[in-house]
Design a binder for this molecule. Structure first.
Ligand SMILES: NC(=O)c1ccc[n+]([C@@H]2O[C@H](COP(=O)([O-])OP(=O)(O)OC[C@H]3O[C@@H](n4cnc5c(N)ncnc54)[C@H](OP(=O)(O)O)[C@@H]3O)[C@@H](O)[C@H]2O)c1
Length: 316
């Protein structure tokens, strides 16, 4: 146990970080042990991780010194931000900076930064195909992450930039579950037209991250993008129908309609779907599921994810 190198994990009680902590704990013969970072080591989730064998330490991105302490002595650090908790791209950028600087101070040997594309490299603010949001973003929850990549590289950190994909868990926890339409049929509502949406089981992100850490220097100073499968809305609806034993259809709405839904983040997501549709070839091309499967041989397909989690989908 004491020979094992420490991987310090941000968001350890959440989806991505939790997947990594569990992957490390499950890899009993592996070279790493998990240090779970949480704002509250006394929470139920944190206590569960401790019971499973993780070292649980306190760390809050609002207190940069606590992150330096949490990263100290670690071989690796998994860094992720929590956009939907505050919905401020500036705050997300600042929190990425806290982690990058902490990794530098603690001389961490391998950092994984969970990021996404800065869509403004494809759709500059002057491009009127989609509205500019919050003054200087096209897809705020993407752009601030992508912009923060430069913090990690500028500090010359041994970083892997890990671009993730749409979690299929959004069909469970994010209000995207199949819902009855006006005709009474269950429908999933997305704004992808007939284009493919790369998706992934959230727990597979952590498993892929473990695969990256285990490869040593192979992916240091590299960018990797991961997905479980690329599927159209119609293909996902067909999979839902099969798994739920009830017809589910795809309600394809335009990005304009999606942006007008009015819930917090609807404009951001409308722009996100438009970006993914308009740049399908590049977006999907960067996310070859073979890459993720090589890192994590148990990678879920959408059908295998549905088979495992369909009971959790809050279908009326
Ligand atoms: N939904 C998607 O399809 C999707 C796809 C790709 C990327 N993403 C991105 O994934 C990110 C969220 O990751 P997730 O889904 O793993 O998060 P999550 O499941 O919502 O977990 C939230 C975590 O944030 C931690 N946390 C919140 N504020 C913190 C702070 N100030 N200091 C330290 N820890 C803090 C919480 O830990 P404690 O409460 O224990 O402190 C908790 O573990 C977002 O930025 C989102 O944009 C989402």
């Amino acid at each position: 146990m004491s020979d094992k190198k420490i991987i310090a994990v941000m968001g350890a009680t959440g989806a991505q970080g939790g997947g990594l902590v569990r992957a490390i704990l499950d890899d009993k013969q592996g070279p790493f042990r998990a240090r779970a970072i949480t704002r509250n080591p006394n929470s139920m989730k944190a206590k569960e991780l401790a019971k499973m064998g993780a070292e649980v330490v306190a760390g809050d991105l609002e207190d940069p010194e606590s992150i330096v302490r949490a990263f100290s002595g670690a071989h690796g650090a998994f860094c992720v931000t929590f956009y939907w908790e505050h919905m401020s791209p500036e705050k997300e950028f600042a929190q990425a900076q806290v982690m990058a600087e902490a990794a530098k101070k603690a001389a961490v040997r391998h950092v994984i930064w969970s990021t996404l594309e800065d869509t403004r490299q494809w759709v500059p603010l002057s491009d009127t195909r989609m509205p500019t949001l919050m003054g200087r973003y096209k897809v705020p929850h993407y752009d601030a992450k992508g912009e923060a990549d430069a913090i990690f590289t500028r500090l010359d950190l041994p970083v892997t930039l890990l671009r993730t994909s749409f979690y299929w868990e959004n069909f469970i926890y994010f209000g995207m579950e199949p819902r009855p339409g006006p005709d009474g049929k269950l429908a999933i509502t997305l704004s992808m037209g007939d284009k493919k949406l790369p998706g992934i089981a959230a727990e597979d992100i952590g498993k892929c991250a473990l695969g990256i850490f285990k490869e040593g220097d192979k992916y240091v100073r590299k960018t990797l993008a991961i997905a479980g499968e690329h599927l159209t809305g119609a293909q996902m609806a067909a999979s839902f129908s099969k798994a739920l034993g009830r017809e589910v259809v795809y309600n394809a709405v335009t990005p304009e309609v999606y942006r007008s839904f009015g819930f917090p983040g609807a404009e951001d997501l409308g722009n996100m779907f438009q970006f993914k549709s308009d740049f399908e070839a590049e977006y999907c091309g960067a996310r070859d599921p073979k890459v993720a499967r090589a890192l994590n041989p148990s990678l879920h397909t959408f059908d295998s994810w549905l088979a495992r989690y369909k009971e959790r989908i809050p279908v009326e």
